[in-house]
Design a protein around this ligand. Structure first.
Ligand SMILES: [Zn+2]
Length: 363
């Protein structure tokens, strides 16, 4: 399969998504049961159809995933990742640090490779087809089963880079891929006695965490937003590819899901959306530039996130006004503070309840 074919495939995904949108908002998560690949930018690809969106970095260091989808889709996810890795890194000339569609000169044709400065033409003569590198890292954006369901199986199939060149290849000395998450994700999994094979192997507890070392030619930064969708949310920023994987702080298929029982809050959700806007730089009039992969639904740019943030803040303010006029939750729901957005985002009840709870708890 050529990268041109991937593009055609990606356009088919867009066309399919548009068709679904027209068909109605009843089940915005529905798919054809297959995993689709959308090339995003730089090293980053988006896998659609596994429950939550999966973000994939593919390159000469191996594969890194943000989220693993739901458990019942894992086999298809792994087959798709393998196909993608072969397509991107199994070229007959060595990949440059930039292996995405937007690289200068096209995929894998960057001027610099491990043999120095060279041309793709020379490389096709002197190089042989490279082995496909394993899955080395997984990052979970939250504890939700449609984001972590594939952890156990995919981590077991992967190999961790444990240091030195010995491990830098398939079948290296690592036993399985590292699974990263904010520390409350691990706490929750141990508390609920989730199967240990799916637990994070590495956690962080600070507001942000810079990985020590590049992966596929770029720095990767984890951001924790306290109390947004849950109390264990992570957003992942790929600094060279310029892509943010936002997790469930951002959704294109509904109002924010604020899981109050797991420590989510309206203020944290707004803070998270603002954090994305703080990082993202649009190419032109809030379009393009930094791309943002939401937890669910289509790919976004800064304009999409700004619209979503504005919607959330507007509804928060309306509900706040109603609370100040001594309206009960029942009366607030009856007044339909989300009416102008319901056609786009569906049933607002859970969202209104979470906002109401967040605003009344403060007083
Ligand atoms: Zn989700």
């Amino acid at each position: 399969m050529t990268l041109g074919m991937v593009l055609i495939l990606a356009m088919a995904v867009f066309a399919g998504a548009a068709g679904l949108a027209e068909a109605g908002q009843q089940n915005p998560n529905r798919t054809d049961g297959e995993i689709q690949i959308l090339p995003v930018q730089g090293n980053i690809y988006m896998l659609v159809g596994a429950g939550a969106n999966i973000t994939v970095s593919v390159g000469f260091d191996g594969t890194l995933l943000v989220d693993t989808g739901s458990a019942q889709m894992t086999d298809k996810v792994m087959a798709t990742i393998k196909q993608l890795a072969v397509m991107v890194t199994g070229s007959t000339y060595p990949p440059s640090p930039c292996v995405g569609l937007r690289c200068p000169g096209g995929a894998g044709s960057g001027a610099f490779n491990q043999w120095g400065w060279s041309s793709p033409a020379i490389n096709t003569i002197i190089a042989s087809r490279g082995p496909v590198k394993p899955i080395r890292n997984i990052i979970n954006t939250s504890v939700d089963p449609d984001h972590t369901g594939g952890n156990a199986k995919i981590a077991k199939a992967g190999v961790t880079f444990t240091g030195g060149n010995v491990a830098r290849g398939p079948g290296g000395s690592g036993e399985s891929a590292e699974v990263w998450a904010f520390e409350t994700v691990l706490n929750r999994m141990t508390d609920t006695k989730a199967p240990e094979a799916g637990w994070p192997t590495d956690t962080y507890y600070t507001g942000s965490y810079k990985w020590n070392g590049f992966f596929n030619g770029e720095g990767i930064e984890l951001f924790h937003v306290p109390g947004a969708h849950t109390d264990g949310d992570t957003m992942v920023y790929f600094r060279y590819s310029d892509v943010i994987s936002a997790g469930d702080v951002l959704s294109m298929v509904g109002y924010p899901v604020i899981d109050v029982a797991k420590g989510g809050s309206i203020q944290g959700t707004i803070d998270g959306l603002n954090k994305i806007l703080e990082i993202a730089i649009p190419q032109f009039r809030s379009q393009g530039g930094t791309y943002i992969i939401p937890g669910h639904g289509r790919l976004c740019d800064e304009g999409d996130v700004a619209n979503y943030r504005n919607m959330v803040v507007k509804i928060r303010d309306r509900i706040d006004d109603m609370i100040k006029s001594d309206m009960t939750l029942q009366q607030i729901k009856a007044a339909k503070p989300t009416l102008d957005y319901d056609g786009r985002y569906g049933s607002p009840d859970a969202f209104i309840e979470a906002v109401h709870r967040g605003l009344t708890q403060k007083r």
